[in-house]
Design a protein around this ligand. Structure first.
Ligand SMILES: NC(=O)c1ccc[n+]([C@@H]2O[C@H](COP(=O)([O-])OP(=O)(O)OC[C@H]3O[C@@H](n4cnc5c(N)ncnc54)[C@H](OP(=O)(O)O)[C@@H]3O)[C@@H](O)[C@H]2O)c1
Ligand SMILES: [Zn+2]
Ligand SMILES: [Zn+2]
Length: 350
């Protein structure tokens, strides 16, 4: 084991503070990465504050961060795809059994034996996993991704969660030219959803609680912007959407959005608010609508998404912060005051 610098919370109510954590020395198949940039996902906030206690209670101290981009510093003898000096990226999953039906299908995010990047039992070193608010990380080669060299590295970091979490369901549900697609929320996930839906050729509509984001949304690729708190504006779009991607992080009324779907339309939840949300059966029965969910994406699809972004020059719109500002960034996330992803410049941790 070796020691590395990190930022951690000691409880659900304490702010982040500098600390030191132990990582395993790279073994045969491991890649050791010096972290250069790490995005701040709203999932980091949910877990730092134990808001998902019913599903995955937080173990403290907690070091979040699963939008990791960095440079390889060391590789184990069996590693083939990476060598020291290469750029590398890590997302939300750092290990899986590799043998179950889901893994065989390239859907490691649904493996019953996966290991999440942080706040998850660490099968290799014991204790829990620690994420990217840290100087370095050691990850088995199968879960390390290649970053296209033309992309801005800080702007590429959020692709590892916000990017793949929106790319995957838009692909899965066949979002293409000729489809009318809604994206709920213009935060980290939402702004990537708008960029991808636009890149896939769909008529893209942002459904927002922040009408002051309208000009940005259009710049990012939205054809229309709807104030979701204005029922008249919402009513104009009733029964008209093929697909809606719901990225909202706070509790909200799903029924208001379900009504906007047309016959056989689909709404996919990727946002994971703290409390369960009631759904009116009639909103699904009428028009045979579907309500579904989606979790990040598999390793193969994540690489496909990164390559797509390289080809089309897509990165996240970010606000780069030193790690000392992480507590402020969390408060701003809660106010939907983010344009449109905070990314930590890990040079500030040195
Ligand atoms: N399924 C997965 O695999 C996965 C992966 C990553 C994250 N997540 C979850 O996805 C959610 C979003 O994450 P994020 O990092 O994108 O968060 P974020 O940057 O904080 O963005 C969330 C956005 O939700 C909108 N919003 C907030 N309150 C709302 C309300 N009451 N009604 C409707 N919209 C509201 C806001 O956009 P407007 O200002 O435009 O309204 C806000 O900017 C979180 O719950 C996170 O845990 C899930
Ligand atoms: Zn995330
Ligand atoms: Zn598996």
């Amino acid at each position: 084991m070796y020691n590395t610098k990190a930022y951690a919370v000691a409880s659900a109510t304490t702010p982040f503070a500098a600390t030191t954590i132990a990582r395993r020395d790279p073994t045969e198949h491991d890649v050791q990465i010096e972290i250069l940039f790490c995005g701040i996902c709203h999932s980091d906030l949910h877990q730092a504050r134990n808001e998902w206690s019913g599903v995955m209670p937080t173990v403290y101290p907690c070091v979040p961060g699963h939008e990791i981009v960095g440079r390889v510093t060391k590789v184990g003898p069996a590693v083939k795809k990476f060598k020291p000096g290469d750029l590398a990226a890590v997302g939300c999953v750092v290990d899986s059994d590799g043998t179950c039906a889901e893994c065989q299908a390239g859907l490691e995010q649904f493996c019953p034996n996966f290991t999440l990047t942080y706040n998850f039992p660490d099968k290799r070193s014991g204790g829990v996993t620690y994420g990217g608010y840290s100087d370095s990380i050691v990850v088995t080669e199968r879960f390390v991704l290649k970053v296209p060299s033309n992309l801005d590295l800080a702007g590429a970091a959020p692709l590892l969660c916000a990017g793949i979490t929106t790319y995957s369901p838009l692909r899965h549900w066949g979002v293409t030219k000729g489809k009318k697609v809604g994206v709920v929320g213009l935060g980290g996930l939402g702004h990537m959803g708008v960029k991808f839906a636009h890149a896939f050729g769909a008529h893209t509509v942002l459904l927002t609680t922040s009408p002051n984001k309208a000009a940005d949304a259009k710049r990012l690729g939205a054809d229309e912007v709807v104030n979701s708190r204005n029922s008249e504006e919402m009513q104009k779009h009733a029964g008209s959407f093929d697909f809606i991607l719901d990225t909202a992080s706070a509790d909200h009324d799903l029924n208001a959005y379900l009504q906007l779907l047309k016959l056989d339309g689909t709404m996919t939840l990727v946002g994971a608010p703290e409390k369960p949300a009631p759904v009116s059966a009639f909103n699904l029965i009428m028009k045979r609508r579907r309500l579904t969910g989606s979790a990040i994406g598999g390793i193969r699809e994540t690489q496909e998404m990164l390559d797509f972004c390289g080809k089309h020059g897509i990165t996240s719109d970010i606000e780069l912060i030193p790690i000392q500002k992480v507590n402020d960034a969390y408060e701003r996330l809660l106010k939907s005051d983010v344009k449109y992803r905070f990314v930590i410049d890990m040079a500030s941790l040195k």
